[in-house]
Design a protein around this ligand. Structure first.
Ligand code: AMP
Length: 199
């Protein structure tokens, strides 16, 4: 199973990806996590990405596309994967389509977690308070506001992009975590039966 989780920062993509990963034995591919690891390890990619990430801007498309292409070819992705935080631009979505076709793969679904953006800043403030300070350098209210703007301008157009391809499914991300997970599961069950009917 291969799917994309789409939604603004703080929408709960990571939480849902972890649940799906346990349930379906597929990999969570979070480009944010991979980039943070590169920054920590001071790799050439990490050195390039560090300041961009602290500002809350997007790392260049070619960098993240290459990271994802390398990752999906690893053995542990044989069962499938959840893309969390990728694609974030239409150019990344197009590169993803090309790379999946090249590897003979297809997406099962694109799930949009729709949330009330006004509530997101509260969630981040709460997270920061619980951790006794920002857990991530970009986990400040100012950086979140910037990341939300970047999302609106560069990532939100993906919703129309995937609506056009007929793959988009929308879930109310303001519900309790388990309710969101149940809605996603229903979508995946539907996608599976549609695939069986098409075969
Ligand atoms: P995230 O953990 O998904 O919120 O990502 C943290 C930061 O990593 C983002 O604010 C970007 O700077 C960078 N990043 C993660 N994924 C991407 C992507 N697909 N394209 C560009 N930059 C990304």
């Amino acid at each position: 199973m291969r799917l994309i989780l789409l939604g603004p920062p703080g929408a709960g993509k990571g939480t849902q990806a972890k649940k799906l990963m346990e349930r379906h034995e597929i990999q969570q591919l979070s480009t944010g996590d991979m980039l943070r690891a590169a920054v920590r390890d001071e790799t050439p990619i990490g050195l390039k990405a560090k300041d961009i990430m602290i500002r809350g801007d997007l790392v260049p498309d070619d960098v993240v596309v290459q990271i994802v292409e390398d990752r999906i070819q690893m053995d542990d992705c044989g069962n499938g994967f959840i893309l969390d935080g990728f694609p974030r631009t239409v150019a990344q979505a197009e590169a993803l389509e090309t790379m999946l076709h090249r590897h003979g793969l297809d997406l099962d679904a694109v799930v949009e977690l729709r949330v009330d953006e006004a509530v997101l800043a509260d969630r981040v403030e709460k997270r920061v308070a619980e951790m006794g300070g920002a857990a991530r350098e970009d986990d400040t209210v100012e950086a979140l506001r910037h990341r939300l703007n970047v999302y609106r301008q560069q990532t939100a157009p993906l919703i129309d992009h995937y609506r056009t391809t007929g793959k988009l499914r929308t879930v109310d991300g303001m519900q309790e975590i388990d309710e969101v997970a149940n809605d996603i599961q229903r979508i995946l069950d539907e996608a599976r039966s549609e695939r069986v009917r098409a075969d």
